[in-house]
Write a protein that binds this ligand. Structure first.
Ligand SMILES: [Zn+2]
Length: 342
C-alpha cells in the first residue's frame, strides 16, 4: 500500500515499483490523502481551459482513475482537502479545513480503516521532511506513522475494523547518486541535462540512507504514461520527459526506498520490498497478531532505518516549510524538483 499526498504523487514516486509488483501478481493499493484541489495547472496547453477550471476536482479524479488503470493498482481517496503550497514571506496561514490542519485522530482513523480493510504487508510513504516541504507531504508522513502504530492495536479505533499490523514501512527515496549518474550520462550523450540546478541543491540537503533498490526499468514507460495521465499537473515538455527512457534504463534501472521500520528482520542492501516477509510461513497470521510494544507504545521492530547523513554542502533546512533561496535565483531550492512547482 502506497500512501501519497496528492493524485499524481503515486506516478512520480515509486510508480515503476508499483507496476512491477502488480505484474508479479501482488495487489497494490494507492491511497491519496487529498483530492489535489489546490494544485495549479502546470500544463501550458491546458491553462485557461474552461472545462478544467469549472471543475478541477472532477478533472483530477478522472486523471487519477486513468493513472491507476495504467499502473494496475486499486485506489482509495482518504477524503481530505488539499492544503495548497503556501507561498510568500511570511507564509500565509493554511486554509481552514485542509488536510494539514485536520485532527490527527480523524486522519489516522481514516487510514487505519483502509489498512484494516486492504490488509497490506508493506506500507510506503514519505520521510519526516515529506521529501520536499509541502504541508500535505509532511502530514502524509505524520498520519502514516500514526496509523503504523495504531493499525495493529485492538484498543485503537475499535470501530475501524479488525487489527492488522503491516510488517514493513518504507519511505520513497531519491538519491544524489542517481541524479548525478543521469546528469553525467546526459552530458556524455551530448544532451542538455535538466539536473544541473537540482544537483547543486541536493548537495545542500541532508542525505538519506537508502538501502533498498528495486529493479523496475521494464516499467519506466508505464510510469511515464501514468504521470502523463495527470494531464493538468504535468508539463509533457518539462524536465520529467527530457531524459530518454533508454538512457534511464541503462544508467539507473532501479527505484530507491528507505526502510524505516520492519517487524521482520532485514539486511541492507536489499532488492525486494517483501524481503523477510516471503520467508514467513504465514505472514497474515503475524499481521493479525498484536505486536509487542516498547515503552512508548510503538510496535517493537527488528530493524529501524538509519538517520540521515549531513549534506555534502551545508545550506538548506530540510524541516523548514519556509521558502529557502540560498543562491538568490528567486526560486525556492527545497521545492525545486517536485512536479507541483516546476
Ligand atoms: Zn504532492
Amino acid at each position: 500500500m502506497a500512501v501519497h499526498a496528492h493524485p499524481d504523487d503515486e506516478s512520480s514516486k515509486g510508480a515503476a515499483t508499483s507496476a512491477k509488483y502488480v505484474a508479479e501478481g501482488v495487489s497494490v493499493r494507492v491511497v491519496s490523502c487529498t483530492g489535489g484541489e489546490r494544485g495549479d495547472i502546470l500544463n501550458e496547453r491546458l491553462k485557461g481551459d474552461p472545462h478544467i477550471l469549472s471543475d478541477i476536482t472532477r478533472v483530477r479524479r478522472d486523471e487519477m482513475a486513468r493513472a491507476a488503470q495504467i499502473l494496475g493498482v486499486s485506489h482509495t481517496w482518504l477524503g481530505f482537502v488539499d492544503s495548497g503550497l503556501p507561498e510568500g514571506d511570511p507564509l500565509p496561514p493554511l486554509p481552514e479545513g485542509c488536510f494539514a490542519l485536520a485532527p490527527l485522530e480523524a486522519s489516522t482513523e481514516a487510514l487505519v480503516r483502509v489498512i484494516r480493510e486492504f490488509r497490506p504487508h508493506v506500507l510506503t510513504t514519505y520521510d519526516e521532511n515529506g521529501g520536499y516541504p509541502h504541508p500535505d507531504h509532511i502530514q502524509t508522513h505524520v498520519v502514516t506513522m500514526s496509523a503504523w502504530r495504531a493499525a495493529g492495536d485492538p484498543t485503537a479505533y475499535p470501530h475501524a475494523g479488525e487489527p492488522w499490523q503491516p510488517l514493513k514501512l518504507y519511505y520513497n527515496g531519491w538519491t544524489l547518486e542517481r541524479t548525478t549518474a543521469l546528469h553525467e550520462a546526459m552530458l556524455a550523450a551530448g544532451l542538455e541535462s535538466p539536473w544541473a540546478d537540482w544537483l547543486a541543491n541536493m548537495r545542500r540537503r541532508p542525505r538519506r540512507v537508502l538501502g533498498t533498490h528495486i529493479s523496475a526499468a521494464e516499467h519506466f514507460a508505464q510510469r511515464d504514461q501514468a504521470l502523463l495521465a495527470h494531464a493538468t499537473q504535468v508539463d509533457p515538455d518539462g524536465h520529467w520527459f527530457a531524459v530518454p527512457l533508454e538512457l534511464q534504463q541503462r544508467v539507473w534501472p532501479t527505484e530507491e526506498f528507505e526502510l524505516a521500520r520492519s517487524i521482520v528482520p532485514a539486511t541492507m542492501p536489499e532488492d525486494d520490498l517483501f524481503a523477510g516477509i516471503r520467508e514467513l510461513d504465514d505472514p497474515d497470521e503475524v499481521c493479525r497478531r498484536a505486536p509487542a510494544r516498547d515503552a512508548d507504545g510503538e510496535p517493537v521492530v527488528a530493524y529501524v532505518g538509519e538517520p540521515p547523513l549531513p549534506p555534502d554542502e551545508p545550506g538548506l533546512d530540510a524541516r523548514s516549510t519556509a521558502p529557502q533561496d540560498a543562491d538568490a535565483d528567486e526560486r525556492d531550492e527545497m521545492r525545486e524538483g517536485e512536479g507541483h512547482t516546476e
